[in-house]
Write a protein that binds this ligand. Structure first.
Ligand code: CU
Length: 159
């Protein structure tokens, strides 16, 4: 009689663990689906065709002599106003004989294009380009030559 009771207790215990395991398993799937899968599929930025393929590009040159702090101009033009869907593809051209960077003063990220700023240096003759898809204001500089400063203001197209 005693033996039977023990066996029965241990099977029901195993059954309980099985049920708990299923509940935990299902909750993990639900939590994953709602907190990772769903937001990611909803958060995919839907960027309009005009913004992805603007009619114009904006060019900023790092002009010759920019490595000298005595020279007034370096990023030319220094302040740029950009409109989404018009000229939001920005290209920095290094037309100088020294390598430069495009480095934001504070971390900046576009939800479509990712983190803003050149990866390492832009060698003479090379470009750095960035497609802005959101309104933003970014102050940037050149890492080796901190006197080189520029500013980008991105706004929606004013129709
Ligand atoms: Cu520089």
């Amino acid at each position: 009689m005693n033996k039977f009771k023990i066996v029965s207790a241990s099977t029901s215990h195993a059954y309980g663990i099985g049920v708990i395991a299923i509940i935990v398993g299902v909750s993990v799937v639900v939590v994953y689906y709602t907190s990772f899968y769903l937001p990611e599929s909803l958060a995919k930025p839907s960027v309009s065709e005009e913004v992805l393929d603007p009619v114009k590009t904006t060019t900023i040159e790092m002009i010759e002599g920019s490595a000298s702090s005595d020279q007034q101009d370096n990023f030319v033009p220094k302040l740029v106003n950009i409109q989404l869907g018009i000229d939001n593809l920005v290209i920095w051209k290094n037309v100088d004989t020294t390598a430069h960077t495009v480095t934001p003063d504070r971390r900046a990220e576009d939800s479509y294009s990712g983190v803003f700023g050149s990866q390492g240096v832009i060698k003479p003759g090379y470009d750095y380009e960035f497609l802005f898809t959101e309104e933003t204001e970014i102050e940037y500089h050149c890492e080796p030559h901190p006197w080189m400063k520029g500013k980008i203001i991105v706004t929606k197209a004013r129709f």
